[in-house]
Design a protein around this ligand. Structure first.
Ligand SMILES: [Zn+2]
Length: 298
């Protein structure tokens, strides 16, 4: 837990755009890869002045950035890496405003970088649904009334309280979903999509959850209203801790979040929570997602 990836270490590892490019190449292809043209296992070497590598046998060019968020970006790789470093090091999030100051880019650029990095931190990359004992709970995110009048948005839901659903493995991973209602269909549907049916689900006494056994889940709940907080080890403290951490970041750092982007903020928090026991590797985990070709869009 105490290991940290210090800024000095970071700067030593990624001092130049070429060093960043080399790292992405390694992440995607390893040190040697099959050349798609001559079909030989080749060590690709860097082409000077370009973001390309050439096959040692036939000279065929390959581009490590193709299909990643760095592709066709006018922002230098060193700035992208630094943004990822900052996002990976923080506990409760960092704002685009902070990045604008740190990188000396425009607010618009900083905001777009964060948005793109966040999009990749979706739990879609984790195909294994939650298992074991899983705590579930919903919470509300309330709009900041003072800010509302100053932000222009087309979002239909702007200014309304938004609902989030949290699902947390005891001692393990978390998922957070932006949901439209607390109806039974919505809540049970989320559990079926994110929690293995072999799991034991803990919740509060909310009625919508009572149908869980019908869907094959073992379900135990505590009635908070009856002050029945801990019944034979059943509780929802983990998901409650997740909410307090999430809200501290949400209200403290971002303040005004367009509901359109709430899911991507939620993904960032869930990702960080799921990997909380390996903070030193957070940067590599973030970058691993970002360099992945799975996320090629468009
Ligand atoms: Zn070749």
């Amino acid at each position: 837990m105490s290991q940290k990836f210090t800024l000095t270490e970071f700067l030593n590892r990624y001092p130049t755009n070429d060093a960043c490019l080399e790292h992405i190449k390694q992440l995607r292809w390893g040190s040697a890869t099959i050349c798609p043209k001559c079909e030989r296992k080749s060590n690709f070497y860097k082409v000077k002045g370009r973001t390309a590598y050439a096959c040692q046998f036939c000279g065929h060019h390959m581009y490590p950035l193709a299909g990643t968020i760095f592709d066709k970006s006018s922002t230098p790789l060193t700035s992208w890496f630094y943004a990822i470093y900052l996002m990976a090091q923080t506990r409760s999030g960092i704002s685009a405003k902070q990045l604008e100051r740190e990188l000396g880019v425009t607010y618009k650029t900083a905001w777009r970088m964060f948005k793109q990095i966040r999009l990749l931190l979706s739990d879609d990359s984790d195909i294994n649904n939650l298992q074991g004992t899983v705590e579930v709970d919903e919470t509300y995110i309330h709009p900041d009334k003072k800010k509302n009048t100053r932000i222009k948005t087309n979002s239909r839901f702007y200014g309304q309280s938004q609902i989030l659903m949290g699902m947390v493995e005891q001692g393990g991973r978390a998922r957070i979903k932006h949901i439209q209602s607390t109806g039974r269909r919505e809540l049970i549907g989320q559990i079926k999509g994110n929690v293995q049916v072999s799991a034991t689900v803990y919740s509060d006494g909310f009625r919508s959850y009572r149908a869980l056994p019908k869907h094959g889940y073992t379900h135990a709940w505590v009635d908070h209203k009856a002050h029945q907080y801990l019944v034979a080890g059943i509780g929802t403290q983990n998901v409650e801790n997740l909410w307090s951490q999430f809200k501290r970041g949400m209200y403290g750092v971002y303040r005004h979040c367009d509901p359109k982007y709430l899911q991507s903020y939620a993904n960032e928090y869930a990702f960080r929570y799921s990997h909380r026991n390996t903070p030193a590797h957070m940067f590599d985990l973030f970058l691993g997602q970002i360099a992945s070709t799975k996320f090629v869009r468009g």
